[in-house]
Design a protein around this ligand. Structure first.
Ligand SMILES: [Zn+2]
Length: 112
């Protein structure tokens, strides 16, 4: 099964957001269409989060904000032992969280 992650695009001004907002941060509109988040971009910033809920399997989570070539920015898990600001990454969809049989898919970034 192929999982996909979608952002939303404001029908009024075209601003793209991920995760989706209820109200467009660009123009205040509330009419959106979905688009698939995929492709390549560059790391704007990243951080390691150690304070995780107990049901996380991993010890910490490395999160990054990536700016895609389309200009949209998205937050996801960065799978890179040598992260750098500005480094090129591509999007994959992986299991970001697991609780028993429940697997939560989300955005992950890997070096290009
Ligand atoms: Zn808008």
């Amino acid at each position: 099964m192929e999982e996909k992650v979608y952002g939303v695009r404001c029908k009024a001004c075209g601003k793209e957001s991920y995760p989706a907002h209820a109200i467009c941060p660009g123009c205040g509109g509330d009419d959106f269409e979905q688009f698939e988040i995929a492709g390549e971009g560059k790391v704007l910033t990243y951080t390691d989060v150690y304070a995780l809920p107990l049901d996380y399997v991993q010890r910490y989570l490395r999160l990054a904000i990536v700016e895609f070539d389309s200009g949209v920015r998205a937050t996801g898990q960065l799978l890179d032992d040598d992260p750098k600001i500005g480094k090129r990454v591509k999007t994959i969809i992986g299991i970001v969280r697991q609780r028993g049989d429940l697997k939560v898919h989300g955005l992950q970034f890997v070096p290009v």
